[in-house]
Design a protein around this ligand. Structure first.
Ligand SMILES: [Ca+2]
Ligand SMILES: [Ca+2]
Length: 144
């Protein structure tokens, strides 16, 4: 909003190309089984930055996962497709985890670029009660 001399003064500052933070998206409807390690395809990200020798630009990414169950934050597995002028860099975020107990956990993903810009997204993961499965199967049989 322009409502005074301070804002107008800011507009006349030298133009600086700012880094854009990665934008993250979460995978919907993730489920696991308590006590069972699973590779989760947790989400994806995009960033207009890219690496180009010709353009003299560099954009690299690292990721972390807070699984939301009190376990230590760990590194995420990222795959990156490098972008180009007008084409965003994109990537996927995954990790393997075993939740000790059933319930829904809100995992927090973070992707950080080499300019220290970062984005986060929360991914709910529902873990089923392992020993509930025979009961469910019996219920189905009983009512089928
Ligand atoms: Ca960036
Ligand atoms: Ca960069």
């Amino acid at each position: 909003m322009l409502d005074g001399s301070t804002e107008i003064a800011n507009l006349t500052k030298p133009f600086v190309i700012n880094n854009v933070n990665p934008t993250l998206s979460a995978t919907a409807s993730l489920t696991g089984l308590e006590g069972t390690a699973k590779l989760f395809a947790l989400g994806s990200f995009r960033d207009p930055g890219f690496t180009s020798l010709l353009a003299g630009t560099r954009e690299t990414f690292t990721g972390t996962i807070d699984w939301g169950d009190g376990s230590p934050v760990e590194s995420a597995n990222l795959t990156v497709v490098n972008g180009s002028a007008g084409v965003e860099s994109t990537g996927t975020i995954s990790g393997t985890h075993a939740f000790k107990n059933n319930g829904t956990y809100n995992a927090i993903l973070r992707v950080t670029d080499d300019d220290n810009g970062s984005g986060t997204v929360t991914v709910p993961i529902t873990n089923l009660y392992l020993l509930g499965f025979p009961w469910l199967i019996n219920q189905k049989l009983a009512f089928s």
